[in-house]
Write a protein that binds this ligand. Structure first.
Ligand code: AMP
Length: 464
């Protein structure tokens, strides 16, 4: 709080320097502001690829009956604390808290915020979607499952590195209201189909599969792992010893090589599943086998969030990824709806990371930029053509043609260069002769074919 106060004394209530007396010279000395650490801009060709990526994902998932949903970028902090779990890294260390101006004043005055005013930027999509399903009763008792898909930014205050950002994009699905293993298998098949469709070579991917058990069999297993860690206390890092008390299964994820060596001999959940969980897991594998989906069973796969039950899976890629090699993952969460205050509703979901997929695609030599394109560029020979050109491009746009003209008084030569740079398929040159004749030549920039077109019919000719 002290630091906050100091910050605000220096820069005023908004945190920005609003001093109206700032002179021109002072302004010049202000450094150009960069995007915050761990974030980056998607520039035009990249943003167009994100559009394509999301549209391809939604088109794939719609074939399986999924419908889009949009939830807020921030939620009550309690949702994540209750849903994801207080002991997870995501909640305990990585959440960005959102504080409105008014609430900041209250905090500075030493007041406590009501829980509905304690807000956090969403670190993942599942908790918000499940909250929406409960709030709007999207799975009425006995109703069909809600199959939902989303795409958008997530926020985690992690230490940025290759493939690990503070704002990143996820595309995900959630299926609530059905616990049959067909849902699990179908979602995994759909995820793998999407990855291949977007261009990640099947041979580059590894699908890991495990079951986390349920509230019947997991507590006893968790206790066994806790005992195991305690028995190897001296060989394991401080963090794992701390985890033994609150979240022992996370020790399977420890990057420390000595811990990993110890945990390789820890009891395996797969040997301790109850009959129902075993049957469910075997059925998921049967459906995957029948669909020809290759997977590796990995009993160390526990995934970072507390809410998983039964099936968990992760897709990893090694090429071009550094240490962050998971491009997507998910699992079943049959208790989550209750955790956030709803009726018992089984659920399953996955999320895939856009930026990591881009790394995987680039490593595979695939294109991750969508080239700029334009149907028509109108070149003006001189100013006398400008008004007619302005009206012509407008008529073309209204007819659905993507077109543009020069807005900077460039020479004819440089207008042609610009048309080329913008990727124009056709170029039309307008000057006094064309205006007098009421027609101009439409040049196909690829084939170099030319044809005369009446100025009034250009829009119709190009939109046909
Ligand atoms: P999770 O919600 O942790 O299961 O993450 C799902 C997917 O989102 C991962 O497989 C990654 O592809 C991606 N992802 C998670 N955290 C980050 C991050 N900090 N930066 C970039 N991508 C991430």
């Amino acid at each position: 709080l002290g630091e906050l106060r100091a910050f605000f004394r220096v820069s005023g209530a908004t945190g920005y320097n609003t001093n109206a007396d700032t002179t021109c010279n002072e302004r010049k000395r202000i450094m150009a502001i960069q995007a915050p650490e761990g974030t980056f801009d998607l520039l035009p060709g990249e943003a167009a690829f994100w559009d394509h990526f999301r549209a391809t994902a939604f088109d794939t998932f719609a074939r399986y009956g999924y419908h889009p949903i949009e939830t807020p970028l921030f939620e009550q902090t309690d949702l994540f604390v209750r849903g994801i779990g207080e002991a997870t890294d995501v909640v305990s260390k990585e959440m960005f808290t959102a504080i409105s101006g008014g609430n900041m004043q209250k905090l500075l005055a030493g007041e406590k915020l009501k829980s509905k005013s304690r807000l956090s930027l969403r670190p993942e999509g599942t908790a918000g979607v499940v909250r929406a399903v409960v709030q709007h009763n999207l799975v009425p008792q006995g109703g069909a499952p809600a199959k939902l898909m989303y795409a958008g930014p997530m926020f985690r205050a992690e230490r940025p590195q290759k493939g690990r950002l503070r704002q990143f994009r996820q595309v995900g699905i959630e299926c609530l209201g059905a616990e049959e293993p067909t849902v699990d298998a179908e979602a995994i098949i759909m995820l793998m189909r999407f990855f291949v469709r977007i261009g990640i070579p099947a041979g580059d991917m590894r699908l890991l599969l495990n079951s986390m058990g349920c509230e019947k069999c997991r507590p006893a297993y968790r206790e066994m792992v806790r005992e195991f860690i305690r028995a190897h206390e001296s060989e394991m890092c401080e963090e794992c010893n701390r985890r033994a008390d609150i979240n022992p299964l996370r020790a399977f994820d420890c990057k420390n090589s000595e811990c990993a060596a110890v945990m390789a001999n820890a009891p395996k959940i797969i040997d301790h599943l109850c009959d129902d969980c075993r049957e469910h897991y075997e059925a998921v594998k049967r459906y995957l086998d029948a669909a020809g989906i290759a997977y590796e069973e990995d009993s160390k796969l526990v995934r970072g969030l507390d809410y998983y039950t039964r099936t968990v899976f992760e897709v990893q890629v090694d090429n071009g990824m550094g240490s962050q090699n998971a491009i997507g993952g998910g699992g079943r969460y049959d208790k989550l709806a209750e955790e956030v205050g709803g009726r018992a509703t089984p659920g399953l979901g996955f999320a895939l990371g856009y930026e990591r997929c881009v790394l995987a695609l680039e490593a595979a030599g695939a294109d991750t930029l969508v080239a700029r394109g334009l149907d028509l560029f109108v070149v003006c020979v001189d100013d006398s053509a400008r008004d007619r050109a302005f009206a012509l491009v407008q008529a073309c746009r209204d007819a659905g043609v993507q077109c543009d003209m020069d807005h900077q008084g460039r020479s004819v030569k440089s207008q042609f260069k610009l048309a080329d740079k913008l990727g124009a398929n056709f170029v039309m040159t307008l000057g006094p002769d064309e205006l007098a004749a009421g027609e101009a030549t439409l040049r196909n920039m690829l084939t170099h074919e030319e044809r005369a077109v009446a100025l009034d019919t250009v829009a119709a000719a190009l939109s046909a």
